[in-house]
Design a binder for this molecule. Sequence first.
Ligand code: F6R
Length: 588
Amino acid sequence: MCGIIACIADDRAAPILLEGLKRVEYRGYDSAGVATIGRDGILVKKDVGKIAQIEARQKLSLLDGRIGVAHTRWATHGGVTKRNAHPHTSCNELVAIAHNGIIKNYLKLKKELELKGHKFKSETDSEVIAHLLEEEYKRLRNPTRATASAARKLEGQYAFVALFQGRGDLLTGARNDAPLLVGLSERKRFLASDVLAFIEHTDRVIFMDNLEVVTVTDKDVRISDLSGKEVRKEVTQIAWELADVSKLDYAHYTLKEIEEQPSTLHRALIQEEEKLASFVEVLKSSDSVFLTGAGSSFHAALVLKHRLNIEARIRADAVVAGEFASQSHFMNRNSTVVAISQSGETADVLEAVKVARSKGARVLSIVNAVGSSLVSAGDHALHLNCGPEVGVAATKSFTAQLAIIGLVLDSLTGKETSLNGESLARRVKETLAVRERARALAKRYRHRPDFYFIGRSVHYPIALEGALKLKELSYIHAEGMPASELKHGTLALIEEGTPVVVLNPGDETYDDTLSNAHELKARGAEVIGITDRANKLYTHTISVPHVAESVMPILEVIPLQFLAYYTALERKNNPDYPRNLAKSVTVK
Ligand code: F6R
């Protein structure tokens, strides 16, 4: 969703900001803009559309000044219009701001500001921040104190960055429940919502916490709480290589991220023993365990639930993050919530964690983004270590989540580990050979209106994941379901030629799932078997290597990722930026 990048550069800021905007494009947006402080004051250019189109029309990169802020907007309050795009300025252009989040009390603040003579130009909630800052700045004559004072009046979720007319030497910002971080290079300073926005300039980062205010100058970074009390912060070195955020020679990030899974899985399995032990200890000592996540991360939670129930005999409930509040009555100090998230910033997941905290429950997280809000909100975090995931559809992060779940289970059950990094990487590499087969199927079925995915036990969440990937990238209607549920309605929808993906490895679910495949075939379906035990029944077979049952979900999702990717290409969709989707869903 929305992205912010601001910088103090040693030369013109606008080209750097434009590059930063391109780096956060993957989050999803519908308009963008840049504001700088030029010789004659604050300059703003913004518009609707893609960044390349806006640059072609408005020439954002030509703005003058060595300090500025840029934003990609995902519309929430107010339509997709140039006026509503950020940055927003106060009435006399004394202040320019870019904001992520939602200001809940904006109507009240707007009324108060209008009574003081402020004239609003947009329909957004964000614009109140610019006017409020102007009022506070006129009163306090100090940008830092003005920012803290304005932040104290805001209710809701925010990360914002501000520029002040006549103060071409500084940026201020504040956060509450939305990410904001400081990037430090030798000659430049950054404030951004996402490390990727400035990763080509520096890997040295300060993560801000909620209700903190930052002032950045050439020489100094000062962070304080909202009362003005200084807070000491650590500088963290992000372990991401620039290569991790570049497409290299791949046509799309999504393809690169699917193909790099041998190495990302290998890395996911490298966890500090102590951290893993503390994580597992909390699970062992809990009276009740709740699992949550959204989208693909929720599918990983379903895999964890299955494995905790069956292998570790720990009763766990998995509840999608947006519905998590319903569980609050069953939580207490002896409960544990495991929250799974790639970004660590999904609003529903953070809300679920708040609910858990309010009941005194402990919170464990499995998360990719180091320094994300979820990491700070929890007691113990295990990191996916899979590097930045730029493609909107989760691919390598999902398999990394499954790998970490495997480590947790091995440690809980005390079994000899089924997850050796090198052998897993080898198996995954072998599985990548299904690429051409998946591409051929994508071509064959590209015009079909519906697709079904079925599987039993731990393969059922993978069926859900396959359907989600296909919907997201190809825009074809797809449903994932337990194989057993077919008879309870869905068979009525099967017609001559309907493609059904059947996840059917040779484990104890094999025979039952094969019977379901027979039923489908008898009704005209074209059955695509994903399996390590071939059968003549399948119209098409995608063979995956034979591995332990617990590892199979990691392998069998790979053909489904390729199928979604190539179907998107066949249908002329951009798989990296599917329509209407945001990488990180930071509003409820
Ligand atoms: C699916 C996808 C989304 C995310 C969901 C959760 O391909 O990308 O459905 O899985 O938005 O995001 P995180 O894991 O960042 O909490």
